[in-house]
Write a protein that binds this ligand. Structure first.
Ligand SMILES: [Zn+2]
Length: 449
């Protein structure tokens, strides 16, 4: 039967890949990076591949080559790999730089749409990594020293390059240091405010899977349902081989750069670009989805999308890691069940919203509880006639969230992990960690310890 397809390295195709990349001067160093393309070889009589109907479309050889080359750079923040990636793929677009190193290109005179991706990944070094393509997906090559494939967020970087090259009007930002707490976007928002004048929507291409239009990040609303529904409908309509329900609004977002724009930009979202199990060695990228999404994005009339959300009015949802939701809530005793407070408005009762708390490890059986002290530092809020229980609950929730946030701000990461192990576990999970991928990452520190 000859060799297994997995051993097969097509030299000609590697040459084709080299020729098709945007900067032929920066040739792949094959001692550190071999791109193995596992496609049927026309010169061998292999059985015809099984054809599966899948959404999106097959990548062209040029697209495949460029995306695989982008994935092959290990892009730890501030590493040589990140720098080389930027030189090879972003510099040809002639971007501007801010002092943090965020790169931007403006297409059109007064763009209303911001497109966002990030150049860093969670690998622990720079350099190159082996990538292989199989069945329209990209994976990290077996035995690679790298810690991830880096489709998060090479996929988004590529989409921005494509839209920018197609002259779709927009402000394109390739952020740095997203994986280090969104430092790059935080800097951009603070230091380049005038550039954001007139921006009505911020679109990140940095979400796993293939269906999501993110409406909430870390439980705070980032775009309106109206906007998300409309965008989901348009993308589903234009996505090759997809159902009309392919994209759907999704309120389970964790964090990406556009979360840092929600105070200024009305509609901020994050769209699924087709990667799975990001931040791990088993990360993969669905190239069919990515290329189909590229086509769909070229057809969307971004400036016709509705603008509904008021960036001055933050809105929260109850989330799995809020201290006061579900059974983990050990909080204040004033509550929305106290109907007399809500309905006896003629007496204008005062309601004390308590501030301040202390941690009580004994009562929490090892887990910190937040105890609300009703007697100290109370702020007085008059009950409002006709306020609905839902509105009350929402408002109460927001106040408590802001209050808790303030009181935890001074703690170190280690203290937060120790005090809130369950919450931290939930947050890690929502960031894509599983027990096994976290174990992998922790194990890496043992030789140092
Ligand atoms: Zn990302």
């Amino acid at each position: 039967m000859g060799r297994e397809p997995e051993d097969y390295v097509d030299k000609e195709l590697i040459e084709e890949i080299e020729a098709a990349t945007v900067n032929p001067d920066a040739a792949l160093d094959q001692s550190t990076c071999v791109i193995t393309v596992l496609e049927p070889n026309p010169t061998k009589l292999l059985p015809a591949p099984t054809i599966k109907v899948r959404h999106g479309r097959a990548p062209t050889p040029q697209e495949k080559a460029e995306i695989a080359a982008m994935l092959s750079y290990r892009r730890d923040h501030d590493s040589k790999g990140e720098l080389k990636f930027v030189k090879r793929f972003i510099l040809p677009l002639n971007p501007g730089f801010d002092e943090f190193g965020n790169m931007y290109v403006r297409v059109g005179d007064a763009p209303e749409t911001l497109f966002s991706a990030h150049v860093d990944d969670v690998d622990n070094a720079g350099g190159r990594r082996g990538v292989f393509l199989k069945g329209g997906n990209a994976y990290l090559k077996k035995g690679s020293q790298a810690h991830c494939l880096g489709a998060d967020n090479a996929a988004g970087c590529w989409l921005l390059m494509e839209l920018c090259r197609a002259k779709v009007p927009g402000l394109y930002i390739w952020h740095r240091a997203e994986e280090c707490g969104g430092k790059g976007s935080k800097f951009f928002v603070k230091e380049n405010r005038p550039m954001l004048t007139g921006i009505k929507r911020a679109i990140a291409f940095d979400r796993r899977s293939v269906h999501s239009i993110i409406t909430h990040q870390r439980s705070e609303r980032c775009c309106s349902d109206t906007f998300a529904d409309e965008l989901a409908e348009k993308l589903s309509l234009y996505m090759p081989n997809a159902l009309m329900t392919h994209f759907k609004k999704d309120d389970t977002g964790s964090f990406t750069d556009t979360a840092n724009y929600t105070d200024i930009v009305a509609e901020c979202t994050n769209i699924s670009v087709g990667f799975y199990e990001e931040h791990s060695r088993s990360e993969s990228l669905d190239l069919w989805h990515l290329c189909g999404l590229r086509d769909a994005c070229l057809k969307v009339r971004w400036d016709d999308l509705p603008t509904v959300r008021d960036p001055k009015k933050p809105e929260f949802k109850y989330s799995s890691y809020s201290h006061w939701s579900g059974s983990t809530y050990n909080g204040p005793t004033y509550s929305r069940s106290n109907e007399s407070v809500l309905t006896h408005s003629s007496a204008q009762p005062k309601v004390y919203i308590p501030k301040g708390r202390r941690h009580d490890k004994k009562k929490g059986k090892g887990r910190a509880r937040i105890l609300w002290d009703k007697t100290k530092q109370g702020v007085t809020v008059p009950a409002i006639k006709g306020v609905s229980p839902a509105a009350w609950a929402q408002w109460e929730h927001e106040l408590m969230e802001a209050d808790t946030r303030d009181s935890l701000r001074g703690m170190t990461l280690e203290q937060l992990v120790e005090e809130f192990p369950r919450e931290v576990a939930d947050i890690l999970e929502s960031c894509g960690y599983s027990p096994s991928t976290l174990a992998d990452d922790i194990a890496r520190y043992w030789p140092l310890g």
